[in-house]
Design a protein around this ligand. Structure first.
Ligand code: SF4
Length: 324
């Protein structure tokens, strides 16, 4: 087998910057991971950790310059930095699709939902308008919306139904890789469960690879095979679901689990991780988690830890694990 095509997606040492008011925002600082066919990876972390930037980089939707300043993204073995804009248009929505965070702002309020889904189909498949609309109706039915509602506008749908429309649009051309960016955050809890079940079933049906971007460890437990904990634009811990949930290593991951409500714990307050994520325009010299870490040492203030393997696929970036 061609080793280059072994993975559906490979990201190596990805560094992304934004320029805002003459300041440089270091959004991603060396992220690396890969995704096999049919695998689901969870990208977990707080707001501003770089999860969405990772997804947008895969679709080459980052303002450039500066954009990707270092690193490689390979989709099915192909380095996307070598593709023309036309080739990227052929890839977006067709090979790689993204479900954006907020269904309220992802849909065009002036077009019917079937027209919006049909537009994706027409762009990527050789078919006329009538065939594209027919397929759009089938996609709506697949996500549990009667096809005859396709002629309605987004404001005529509830939040959960709008998210289903966005999912139908993302899946319309059977992508190889689906990036789901907090797909249930804008929905209420009962609808969240339905939408998650649906994503999981469709993913299985199409044998897609998926990146699930979330801050919710419950969603990760339900849907992911591997997990990358992202902090200040870097992966600080990576492993299988078992590694992360049963052999939690990095103090930040420990803090994430510690801040969850616990049925056995009778205390009245949750235990948040103190402090905030560092300013991405001015990252600390040493470990980026150092100002909030209960186990920090002098070394942590000046030396950035490297990712080390602590068994199987489990890796962690923390000085506590560097000497075994
Ligand atoms: Fe905490 Fe130091 Fe590990 Fe960073 S390297 S997580 S500061 S112990």
């Amino acid at each position: 087998m061609d080793t280059e095509k072994k993975y559906a997606l490979e990201i190596e040492n990805l560094n992304v910057e934004y320029h805002v008011d003459k300041e440089v925002v270091h959004a991603l600082n060396g992220i690396s991971f890969h995704l096999s066919k049919g695998e689901t990876i969870g990208l977990v972390g707080e707001t501003g950790a770089g999860k969405t930037t990772t997804g947008l980089s895969i679709l080459r939707l980052i303002p450039s310059p500066p954009g990707v300043v270092k690193g490689t993204i390979r989709v099915q073995g192909e380095d996307i930095s070598t593709l023309s804009e036309k080739q990227m248009e052929g890839l977006r929505g067709n090979v790689v699709s993204m479900i954006f965070q907020d269904p309220m702002t992802s849909l065009n309020p002036t077009k019917t939902v079937e027209d919006q889904i049909a537009e994706v189909i027409r762009l990527h498949e050789k078919c006329n308008n009538r065939e594209a609309v027919e397929k759009a109706k089938k996609m709506l039915e697949m996500v549990g919306i009667p096809g005859d509602r396709g002629g309605e506008y987004p404001h005529q749908f509830s939040g959960g139904m709008k998210q289903r429309v966005v999912i139908a649009m993302a899946l319309a051309c059977s992508p190889e890789i689906l990036i789901a960016d907090e797909p249930t955050t804008a929905l209420d809890v009962t609808i969240q469960a339905q939408v998650l079940d649906m994503i999981r079933d469709l993913k299985r049906q199409y044998n897609m690879s998926m990146i699930m971007i979330t801050h919710d460890l419950g969603i990760v437990a339900e849907i992911c095979d591997t997990v990358a904990i992202v902090y200040a634009g870097n992966i600080v811990e990576f492993g299988t679901l078992e590694d992360i949930f049963n052999r939690t290593a990095h103090p930040y991951t420990v803090g994430l689990f510690g801040s969850l409500p616990n049925m056995d714990d009778r205390t009245q307050r949750l235990k948040p991780i103190p402090g905030l994520m560092p300013d991405p325009t001015n990252l600390p010299e040493g470990c980026t988690f150092c100002p909030r870490c209960p186990r920090a040492t002098e070394k942590c203030k000046t030396q950035r830890p490297r990712l080390v393997n602590i068994g199987g696929e489990h890796t962690v970036a923390c000085h506590l694990f560097e000497e075994g």
